[in-house]
Write a protein that binds this ligand. Structure first.
Ligand SMILES: NC(=O)c1ccc[n+]([C@@H]2O[C@H](COP(=O)([O-])OP(=O)(O)OC[C@H]3O[C@@H](n4cnc5c(N)ncnc54)[C@H](OP(=O)(O)O)[C@@H]3O)[C@@H](O)[C@H]2O)c1
Length: 329
């Protein structure tokens, strides 16, 4: 192993129980060592995503009063959080090739990125473009690769009119820009206060809520050929089903089990869903390149110090200005 690390102790933020963000705590942990074919990265920025709080909230299973999940898991078996980050390589395993100490990299996918250091296989590394800031680099990949997968699944390209539900969210801002770059006409749903940003990014904004169907029809007289649902509401699903003739051109990353029998494409990591690993992994280099030149904007709403992860999660749950939340160790 080659190592440039001088510290022996690092911090990691983990849930101490199942529950609300106040269960997050900072723990001391030894600076990790790389696997034979992996690296250690000193984290400069970690992206915050809804999955991070869903993992310890009980959203995926029942949690009882003792904060144990349905399988009786608690304490040290609680999930590590943080699925993406960017930073500087500080140690390299003997079989790891292609990267060196001091390289600036984006790390995705990874686990336990809410920390001073992460370990990752070389296959999770993308060189960070020099023109991309740390916060933007740390928050680009989870939403960027998800957006690419949804547009791919819905077959969005030149000449399409695509409806993006949840256009002002982390995934939505990526999907809007990437769909516009492919030559599609983009209609994006969002709260009124976010319509200006969506226009700047090339979309026709429409407010969600009562009357959505009529509002979309009014701005798409030629019809809607595809839809990507990043909001997961009953309204979004029903509107997509009503407007898009070919159900295989509706892709959803959020929502209820009703999607499974609707004949649409359900993307993600649940049973029967398409995780799209190949498409998502293949998208990373191009996303970095586009973000590096500024052709793809990574909108950052707020950065928080690592120890304020709970505050960042509460902001994510409560709703906040458009753009990513980011932790800086
Ligand atoms: N399956 C997968 O592979 C995958 C991957 C990534 C994310 N996800 C899931 O996808 C969802 C979106 O993720 P994200 O990172 O984009 O979340 P986010 O940044 O928190 O954005 C959520 C957006 O939803 C919008 N919204 C709220 N209520 C709405 C409604 N009634 N109708 C339409 N839009 C509404 C909000 O827009 P306004 O602020 O304009 O109200 C907000 O910007 C989350 O549930 C996440 O867990 C799934």
């Amino acid at each position: 192993m080659i190592s440039a690390a001088t510290k022996t102790t690092a911090r990691i933020v983990r849930p101490s129980a199942y529950g609300t963000p106040d269960v997050l705590a900072v723990f001391d942990t030894p600076v990790p060592r790389p696997a034979a074919d992996g690296v250690v990265v000193e984290v400069r920025a970690a992206g915050v995503n809804p999955i991070d709080w869903k993992l310890y909230s009980g959203a995926f299973h029942a949690v009882d009063k003792k904060n144990e999940d349905a399988a009786g898991v608690a304490g040290e078996a609680l999930p590590a959080i943080g699925l993406e980050c960017a930073g500087v390589i500080t140690a390299i395993g003997p079989e790891a090739a292609g990267f060196g100490i001091g390289d600036e990299v984006i790390v995705f996918p990874v686990t336990a990125a809410y920390a001073d250091y992460v370990t990752a296989p070389v296959s999770s590394l993308t060189p960070k473009p020099a023109g991309l800031g740390w916060a933007e680099a740390g928050a680009l990949m989870l939403v960027g690769t998800t957006a690419v997968h949804t547009l791919h699944a819905a077959g969005v390209g030149e000449g399409d009119t695509v409806l993006v539900h949840g256009g002002s969210g982390g995934v939505g801002l990526m999907a809007v820009q990437l769909a516009a770059a492919r030559g599609a006409t983009v209609i994006a749903t969002a709260a009124e206060r976010n319509h200006g940003l969506l226009r700047e990014l090339g979309a026709i904004p429409v407010a969600y809520g009562d009357g959505l169907l009529d509002r979309v029809r009014a701005v798409a007289p030629g019809g809607v050929t595809a839809a990507v649902d990043l909001a997961g509401t009953a309204e979004a699903l029903d509107t997509s089903l009503e407007l898009v003739a070919d159900r295989q051109r509706i892709a959803s990353i959020a929502g209820t089990d009703r999607r499974a029998t609707a004949g649409i494409k359900v993307l993600g990591y649940g049973p029967g869903q398409d995780a799209g690993a190949e498409v998502r992994n293949a998208a990373r280099a191009e996303l970095a390149a586009l973000a590096g030149t500024g052709e793809l904007r990574v909108v950052v709403d707020a950065v928080y110090p690592l120890h304020e992860a709970a505050k960042a999660h509460q902001a994510g749950i409560d709703g906040h200005a458009p753009g990513k939340l980011v932790l800086i160790p």
